[in-house]
Design a binder for this molecule. Structure first.
Ligand SMILES: [Fe+2]
Length: 413
């Protein structure tokens, strides 16, 4: 995050011995990026943060991938992954289905109705995009209530858990999950050299929701051995471990700094629109290591009388393009089979764009009600098991309208 917060009890001078108001000694922990040389926060714990008593394997499930070959665009129908009641007993951390991944980012989908385990991603920051439902994100920094349309950013190593709310009323929590292999930040061009959002940026500090209150666990539960599920990096991939502390890690009496989880809803995003269509970069909200994230939000469309109001045909020379279609109608995908909760993959070395008729009809459009979440990666993405299980084999041919059943002539993978 970009601005300083101080919450709860903290000493007036950092790196000094400190007791909470009830006399309990507190143990200072620094969570800092890039060693001790970038953004960080100082947390004050009642328990010793390093008091580990056990560590064992966490089997992460199927993270295998398949190359997207022969080359072509893809459509994944994610609701098929949790059809019927298959989400019962699932949580947002352990039951993610891998859709796409490369060395820089892992993209998954989950439907959950149960509180998650305590979790820490030691590989990179996460952006959890909430499709529907409601939840509390509890972390060592406090609580954030989240809802549909929220981009929730969780810094690397922050211990947290997800608690779905009002499942009977709103349904299970559905989320599109982006796990980076490094930090995920707002684009530098939106910020002053000191980190404040600039005039002209499509969002500002007022749009960002930060942790509130405390998650401090007290009483007998505080001193019980407690598991934390950790993802951590290897030279060749991702591993999981369950580490056990001799106390509950939600024991923070206060913290301060500029590193903490936060949430931002797409309804608060104010992209620049113009006389003619703007490139996707106008909708960028985050940048990660070798990828960017955009929110395409409902908006009035371009005002030149002949403006093409759907994205013109384009080749992503340097990136694979992933779209998660959240709500509304994406005019460019009309007739393609794409629906809400679909994902499309338009890889580099392939030209894509709207359907022909949508392109020709688009000057008559006046507004868009689409909400789509996009990830553009600069290294090729491979298909996870969730992609293979939800693949729509006809998508690649919908532009041409040809559906041959003879391999090599179109229509068959
Ligand atoms: Fe595109």
């Amino acid at each position: 995050m970009v601005y300083y917060r101080a919450v709860g009890e903290i000493p007036s001078k950092k790196h000094t011995l400190f007791h909470a108001q009830d006399g309990t000694p507190c143990y200072e922990e620094f969570i800092g990026e890039e060693g001790f040389s970038s953004t960080g926060s100082l947390l004050y714990h009642r328990g010793v943060p390093s008091n580990l008593v056990d560590s064992r394997n966490w089997a992460l499930g199927d993270l295998s991938t398949t190359v997207n070959h022969p080359l072509g665009p893809r459509h994944f129908e994610l609701p098929e992954l949790f059809a019927h009641d298959e989400y019962k007993g699932s949580d947002l951390v352990r039951h993610r289905r891998l859709i796409l991944s490369n060395v820089d980012v892992r993209i998954s989908y989950v439907v959950a109705d149960s509180p998650s385990v305590l979790y820490s991603n030691g590989i990179g920051d996460e952006v959890i995009y909430i499709e529907s439902g409601s939840a509390i994100l509890e972390s060592v920094f406090g609580r954030i209530e989240v809802e549909a349309g929220d981009n929730v950013v969780i810094p690397r190593v922050a211990i947290h858990r997800w608690i779905p709310l009002r499942v009977d009323e709103l349904g299970p929590l559905k989320a599109f999950c982006v796990e980076g292999s490094g930090h995920i930040r707002f684009p530098k061009r939106y910020l002053s050299e000191f980190g404040q959002f600039l005039e002209g940026a499509p969002l500002c500090e007022r749009d960002i929701r930060v942790p509130q209150g405390s998650t401090t666990v007290t009483g007998p539960e505080a001193d019980v051995d407690t598991d934390v599920y950790v993802k951590h990096r290897t030279s060749s991939g991702v591993l999981g471990s369950i580490v056990t502390y001799d106390h509950h890690p939600f024991d923070v009496v206060g913290w301060d700094g500029c590193l903490y989880p936060y949430a931002f809803n797409y309804r608060d995003f104010s992209p620049i629109t113009g006389e003619i269509v703007q490139p996707p970069v106008a909708y960028q909200i985050f940048e990660g290591r070798n990828f960017v994230i955009c929110n395409f939000v409902p908006r009035p469309l371009e005002y030149h009388p002949a403006a093409i109001k759907v994205p013109y045909y384009h080749s992503n020379v340097d990136s694979d393009e992933v779209m998660f279609y959240h709500a509304g109608e994406t005019a460019a995908r009309k007739g393609s089979g794409i629906a809400n909760a679909s994902v499309s993959l338009h890889p580099a070395a392939y030209t894509h764009g709207p359907g022909r008729q949508a392109y020709l009809d688009s000057p008559q459009m006046t507004e868009s009600n689409e909400m789509a979440f996009m990830v553009d990666t600069f290294s090729p993405l491979e298909l996870g098991e969730g992609a293979l299980a939800s693949d729509d084999p006809s998508y690649a041919w919908h532009w041409s309208g040809r559906h041959s059943t003879t391999p090599g002539t179109g229509g068959v993978r």
